[in-house]
Each structure stands twice: as C-alpha cells, then as structure tokens.
Design a protein around this ligand. Structure first.
Ligand code: SF4
Length: 435
C-alpha cells in the first residue's frame, strides 16, 4: 500500500492556541511511517512548515503520490496534543484541497480521540483514530492491504449511515520499543527553531525527541485522559541512537517532548559527553539538588516547570499532588537556575492566589533569574479531568462548550496571546463541514 502522512500547513489567526507556532518534527507521523515501512508499505511524509508548502501544495504532492490512504494530524506534533488548537480549520483546509485524491482518509490527533463524532463531521474523513495513533494506523494499513475487516479495528471511529461507530477505547502505544527515528536532511536544515529556548541563539539545528511518554500524575487541567496518559519510558539505546543521528545531521539542540521529564540518571550521564544541548518540561518538586547539577552538566539549557498555584489550596484544587511548600518549590527553582540558563515557573490563574501574592512571588523569582509568567487562564480541554468535572463525558459540542466557557469566563488572556481569540464557529465556518 501507499500511505501519505501529512502534517498540514498550520496557521493560527484568531486562535486561542497556546502552543508554539514554529516548526517542530511531527513525531507521531515519524513513528507511524517507521511501522508502515517495516510492514512493506510505501510512505510519503509531508510537513507544511518544514517543507515551506501551503495546504494546496501539500495536497498536490500527496495527489501525485497516489496514496491508498492519507493520514492527517489535527495537532502540530505530539508535543502539542495537550494544548492543541481547538479548531479543525487547518486539517480541514488540507482535506478540501486534496479533493478526494488521497484514498481512504484518516484523521489522527486529540480531536478525534476525545470527540470522534465531531471530528468526523467537521473533517469528513473516512476514519478517525482515537488515542495514540502509530500502531492503529499500521493496523489499518495491514487490514486494508489484506482485505481484512478494517472497519472494526480497535481505536478507530467512523460514520455508518450517518451514525458514529466507535470501536473501543482510545489506543495507547506500547512506545517503549520505538526505534530511532530518522528525518530527511532538508527537514532538519529547515528546523532552525530551538523550542522554548531563551538563553541565546545556540548552535546547530533544532529537533524534538521523546524519551518517555505520559505521566503518573492526573492534574485536573491536563488534557491527556485519551492519549499520552500512562507513563512509559523508551529504550535508552534507541533514544541515544536517535540523538546521535540528529547530531550527525547538524542538530545542536533537542527538546524532549516528554510530558514530564523525570530524573533519569543514565540518560543524563549519557548526554554529558554528547555535543548537544536540550530543553525539558518537568515538575521541579521531583528533582533533588544533585540531579539538577547533573541536568545542567548534561546540557540542559531550558526548564519549563509547572508550579500552577502559589497556595497549597490552589495546588490541591488542581490535583497537583505536590508534597513541597511554595517556598521549597521556589528554592528548587533557584537552585536549578544555578545550573541551567533558563528556568520558567508556570502559573495558572487561580482564585486562591491573590494578586499581591502572585506579584511578590514573581518579583522574587525574577530577581533570582527565574522567569515566572503571569498566571494564564485555564482552557478546559475535552480530554482533561476539569472538562469532565464540569460537563461529564465529552459529546459532539465539547470543543464549542470548552471554548465558550473560556471566552466568557476570562476577561484577560494569556500573555502569549496578541488579541482576543475568535469563537470556534467563526474559525471553522469556512472549512469544516459540521458548521
Ligand atoms: S504533572 Fe504535568 S503532565 Fe503530569 S498530569 Fe500534571 S500537568 Fe499533566
């Protein structure tokens, strides 16, 4: 079979999108391509940003390839599944440009995972994959190639006579044995962005890598119930082989997309002598001073740590399960800053945190060289516990409901947003069939 894998040409005008707008490697498509090729399928992977192609050009490239199946993602790489753009405008634009020339169409990503009916209706794809997609797409290709029963594959959903047929729960990849990914040299040469790096330009190209997936915690705001949920650690040999391959392609900085980069001494020790710097997102309460020193020596130049609330009550309301006091957290952040040139403490807008407390804490941290952002409002993503506490299991209006809640409940917005975001219908009207 011929399978096209598409990371569309993202744009975010009017979006609430909280993630980074630069180019990143589409890891989920990379793993999927590797599994498909292992099964003898021919693949074409395309990426709007890394190849400087708009959605029309991507669609033409795919049509020329003549695929039996086309897979399009609804979030720009696994790194942003937990904070994906709520709107499906961009993948819908790509599919409209494709005009039925892609064979069986499959959407993967957080939208179809949480709300398969809505994703199918808006995108008009033949199938959506629920959950982590790599093995499910490979199984789809296998079943279609063997003329088997692909319609009832676990982890998929589709429309049958206008009715949504959901096959089981969202899928979780075994993940631990994913082999080292290899990326086209031109893609790496176009990846100049060093994700979440603020200590200077750095050396070489940027790249993203996954050493672990999921997280053992269940913070109420964290959108991971349907994917990337359970903690898994990837084979260290494979992670290091992938990083060595990237270094040989001129990469000087990698960002670990791991939800929670837990202290892992063998990985850090292996990085000490490698000519690569890196960034992580983690929980500072899980690090001890000696491991922070090793983290810096290993080449870490960027830490993003979720503190979320400055009060025990606020952290408890978010189900952070944090055992340290606010002062102990501040102390660890400052200790980390001694070894790592950029350390960020993330805060969420919480009623429990009075403005004066937030202001003085931010001043104290910033004076010590740690960046503490203005508290950001909470977006109740359909795959988060918060959404389900507010409204129960997500239905076909879940994204609209979360979006309306966000727009009406908050009158001030994150310091990373330039303008008031638009309602979902306004973002999707022109392209999504469901509106
Ligand atoms: S620790 Fe981080 S990744 Fe884990 S549940 Fe909390 S916010 Fe999500």
């Amino acid at each position: 079979m011929r399978v096209a894998l598409v990371n569309p040409a993202w744009h975010y005008d009017g979006s609430v999108y909280f993630g980074c707008r630069h180019e990143h490697l589409p890891l989920e498509l990379g793993y999927t391509a590797a599994l498909l090729e292992k099964d003898g399928h021919e693949t074409l992977m395309v990426d709007g940003q890394l190849q400087n192609l708009d959605n029309g050009a991507l669609a033409e490239t795919v049509a020329v390839f003549g695929p039996d199946m086309t897979v399009v993602t609804t979030a720009p790489t696994y790194l942003f599944w937990r904070c994906a753009p709520p709107e499906l405008r961009v993948p819908a634009e790509f599919l409209a440009e494709l005009r039925g020339r892609g064979g069986l169409t499959v959407a993967v990503g957080p939208h179809g995972s949480a709300t398969p009916g809505a994703a199918l209706a808006k995108l008009g794809t033949d199938v959506v994959v629920r959950g982590e997609c790599e093995e499910v797409v490979a199984a789809l290709a296998r079943a279609i190639g063997d003329r088997g029963d692909w319609r009832s594959l676990p982890g998929t959903a589709r429309l049958e006579a206008g009715r949504v047929v959901v096959n089981g729960a969202p899928a979780a990849s075994p993940f631990v044995d994913h082999g080292p990914l290899r990326w086209p040299t031109e893609w790496i040469a176009n990846h100049r962005h060093h994700h979440h790096r603020f200590d200077g330009a750095g050396r070489g190209y940027g790249a993203e890598v996954e050493a672990s997936r999921g997280c053992p915690y269940d913070c109420s705001f964290c959108a991971k119930i349907d994917y990337r949920d359970k903690y898994r650690r990837r084979s260290l040999d494979h992670v290091l082989a992938e990083i060595d391959g990237l270094i040989s392609q001129g990469v000087g900085y990698v960002y670990f997309v791991d939800e929670i980069f837990l202290p892992q001494k063998p990985l850090l020790e292996a990085l000490v002598d490698r000519r690569v710097e890196f960034g992580v997102q983690t929980r500072i309460d899980l690090w001890k001073p000696d491991l922070l020193e090793l983290l810096g020596r290993a080449g870490c130049v960027s830490i993003e740590a979720g503190i979320e609330s400055l009060t025990v009550e606020g952290r408890a309301a978010l189900a952070k399960r944090c055992k340290l006091s606010t002062d102990e957290l501040a102390d660890l952040l400052v200790k980390a800053r001694r070894h790592v040139p950029f350390v960020q403490a993330n805060l969420i807008g919480m009623e429990e945190d009075e403005a004066d407390l937030v202001r003085s804490w931010r001043e104290r941290l910033i004076a010590a060289g740690v960046w503490a952002n203005e508290p950001v409002p909470l977006y109740p993503y359909p795959s988060s516990p918060t959404y389900r506490q507010l409204w129960g299991e997500p239905d076909d209006r879940a994204w609209e409901r979360a979006h309306e809640h966000y727009l009406t409940a908050f009158d001030r917005f994150s310091d990373i947003q330039d303008a008031r975001p638009l309602p979902l219908a306004a973002l999707e009207d022109a392209c999504c069939k469901g509106h």
